[in-house]
Design a protein around this ligand. Structure first.
Ligand code: 2IT
Length: 445
């Protein structure tokens, strides 16, 4: 079937799953040309098989809050594709979680994991549980109840979850602890674990660090240094924190962070203890950044706004999907932004991407830029399988090499005739080719 017809059929089959359809459409449009050059892909219905998850597990999660009241949430795991390796991908706890969002994330994860060069398939899971304002005990009971519904589907060679929005080292620890009791095996099925029970060095920083290594490659291509560049970051979670740390270390100046309540502009730079303060802000569990401007009066808080209205050299969306829309992209381009590197998954709307690409603004998609997180998860799986733990330098060196390789894959497949490097196309084609070839090699199943 032609790509357009496949897309139409999918829209008819899954009406209303807008994030999922958005993610699929972006990839299919990018790969249309190479798909047409490979009639064997069409003959084997590779795309039709690739766009549907292998399996979706849905379960009720019932837990007891601090008042003694019974609470119910929905849990999911979308096991998207295991052609390259065991299912692998994070778990998201956020009030907005639904099947469309987890299907888009699982689909993206499949191609991202292919780009890492490591043997990992794609998956995503989560719950509509909101950690905002919950006590530590409530988080623990929820994590344990969530595991009761999911543990049978996991395993070191079956499916290995990790964190995502609302799930950090604490939640991974609570989930892994319950998992371990249920299977009666300490087999490392979870990444992002604590350092004392199988975790990898650099994993907390990896998504942000990897993103900055990727940005360094993007800058090197145009002979520009990172030193002295102003950088807008959105979000203030684990990913934004790691990105701010590495950006500052490499001589960049981070001038914004943001939360659901608005954004902070700090002309003196979010650096030093201010980066640590992001962790403190996060630990309050209130999901707001406003207190930053009270603590550091040189900064200004802009309630209800997004950082993309500031004039900066580099924009790093680090919060959530579709956080940069067409109008935001237009503002960034009009203000002369040098490059936009998406660190969140699908951080830009299709209109925003069109604006960047049509204006020949350098833009790279999340599945390339943020792959350092899951890549380091892959390194954690290797360490667990070998029953050893690498040093910080060893993990960092491997992460660096992987990010370089992802940049090379984008260059290989994304070069346009006018010399513009279309990272979106490059990442989508490189990921697609690897998954398609792996599926071809395993027969029609
Ligand atoms: O979006 C992502 O790549 C993640 N949330 C990390 C997944 C992982 O398995 O480390």
């Amino acid at each position: 079937m032609e790509i357009n017809n496949i897309m139409n059929a999918l829209e008819a089959k899954h009406p209303g799953e807008k994030e999922y359809l958005q993610a699929v459409k972006e990839v299919l449009m990018s790969v249309a040309d190479v798909y047409n050059q490979h009639p064997e892909f069409e003959k084997n219905r590779i795309i039709e098989r690739m766009v549907e998850p292998d399996r979706i597990v849905t379960f009720r999660v019932t837990w007891v809050d601090d008042k003694g009241d019974v609470q119910n949430n929905i849990g999911y795991r979308v096991q998207f594709n295991n052609a390259i390796g065991p299912y692998k991908g994070g778990i998201r706890f956020h009030a907005s979680v639904n099947l469309s969002i987890l299907k888009f994330l699982g689909f993206e994860q499949t191609f991202k994991n292919a780009l890492t060069t490591l043997p990992m398939g794609g998956a995503k899971g989560g719950s509509d549980f909101s950690p905002r304002g919950k006590s530590d005990r409530e988080i623990m009971r929820f994590c344990q109840a969530f595991m009761l519904g999911l543990w049978k589907n996991l395993g070191p060679d079956r499916d290995v979850p990790a964190g995502d929005i609302g799930v950090g080292a604490r939640e991974v620890g609570y989930m892994y602890g319950m998992y371990k009791r249920l299977v009666n095996e300490h087999n490392g099925t979870f990444t992002g674990k604590g350092l004392d029970f199988g975790g990898s060095r650099i994993r907390p920083e990896a998504t942000g660090f990897g993103a900055l290594y990727f940005v360094q490659s993007m800058l090197a291509r145009i002979n520009q240094p990172l030193e002295g560049k102003t950088i807008a970051i959105s979000g203030f979670g684990n990913v934004a924190w790691g990105a701010a740390l590495k950006a500052t270390e490499l001589g960049g100046k981070v001038v914004t962070i943001s939360g659901p309540d608005g954004y902070i502009y700090d002309p003196t730079g979010v650096k030093g203890e201010k980066i640590d303060y992001m962790l403190e802000l996060r630990a309050t569990g209130e999901d707001i950044v406003a207190p930053y401007a009270e603590k550091y009066p040189e900064a200004t808080f802009f309630p209800g706004r997004k950082p993309w209205e500031q004039k900066v050299d580099i924009a790093l969306p680090c919060a959530t999907q579709n956080e940069v829309n067409g109008d935001d992209a237009r503002m960034l381009v009009d203000n002369g932004v040098l490059m936009v590197a998406e660190v969140s998954n699908m951080g830009c709307t299709p209109e925003a991407i069109d604006t960047f690409i049509n204006s020949r603004t350098i833009y790279a998609p999340g599945k390339a830029v943020n792959a350092g997180g899951v890549a380091t998860s892959g390194l954690e799986m290797s360490q667990n399988a070998m029953h050893l733990q690498w040093s910080e330098a060893e993990v960092d060196e491997k992460l660096h090499a992987i990010m370089k390789s992802i940049h090379e894959q984008c260059e290989k497949y994304g070069m346009e005739p006018d010399g513009y490097l279309n990272y979106m196309k490059g990442a989508n084609i490189a990921g697609f080719m690897k998954v398609a070839n792996a599926m071809m090699g395993q027969g029609v199943i």
